[in-house]
Design a protein around this ligand. Sequence first.
Ligand SMILES: Nc1ncnc2c1ncn2[C@@H]1O[C@H](COP(=O)(O)OP(=O)(O)OP(=O)(O)O)[C@@H](O)[C@H]1O
Ligand SMILES: C[C@H](N)[C@H](N)CCCCCC(=O)O
Ligand SMILES: [Mg+2]
Length: 208
Amino acid sequence: MNPERLFVTGIGTDVGKTLIAAILTEALGADYWKPVQAGLTPTTDSATVRQLVTNPACQFHPEAYRLQLPASPHTAAAAENKLIRPADFTLPQTDNHLIVEGAGGLLVPLAPGFLIVDLIAQLGLATVVVSRNYLGSINHTLLTLEALRQRGLAVRGLIFNGEPNPSTEDFITQHTGVPLLPRILPEATVNAAAVSRYAPAFRAAFGL
Ligand SMILES: Nc1ncnc2c1ncn2[C@@H]1O[C@H](COP(=O)(O)OP(=O)(O)OP(=O)(O)O)[C@@H](O)[C@H]1O
Ligand SMILES: C[C@H](N)[C@H](N)CCCCCC(=O)O
Ligand SMILES: [Mg+2]
């Protein structure tokens, strides 16, 4: 069976990509890679996923760029007199399933003329899109899905995270025809137990 190689993107920053990357990593027993980490304190996304995952099959690959400033990666890089180079991004060597987490949303800049969406295309990965409900999230979700469609990039599934909103979710689903993966509810505590609870539904969704 071909391993799943998925890029977790979202409709913006703070929508739950790291939580969902942890759930996918746990569910598939996958490797995890965050190519660009902007902001190192209080913690990194890779360290967070490490804490949330208990499946011993999971391996963690080092970031290509670790930048101090919690800002857009192009800004965080400039603050350290660095320029992010597309050639520095090559997929980690593994035969395992691989979950890759972006930074912010799809059109976040890494360098002049090089956005997160260009990185997805360069790596040749299918996407998982995370949407979180807030007023304005319909527009952000449709724009994200349209940008992927225009570039011919595959969507393995859309995940609604947080407080459900049936009217919003039904419109997005019907308008785009995008496949859905299991939804994530608001969790009182984001911890390994919560991640483990969602893993079986995701294993089933991936036919595992
Ligand atoms: N379903 C949920 N229930 C409770 N808290 C959540 C849920 N989803 C996300 N959070 C919390 O919301 C915050 C932002 O989530 P997360 O860090 O996963 O966002 P992100 O999309 O990965 O952001 P970034 O662009 O910085 O990588 C975190 O504190 C996370 O624990
Ligand atoms: C610092 C933050 N948590 C993310 N790592 C980067 C978010 C970049 C957003 C840029 C933008 O869309 O304006
Ligand atoms: Mg994250």
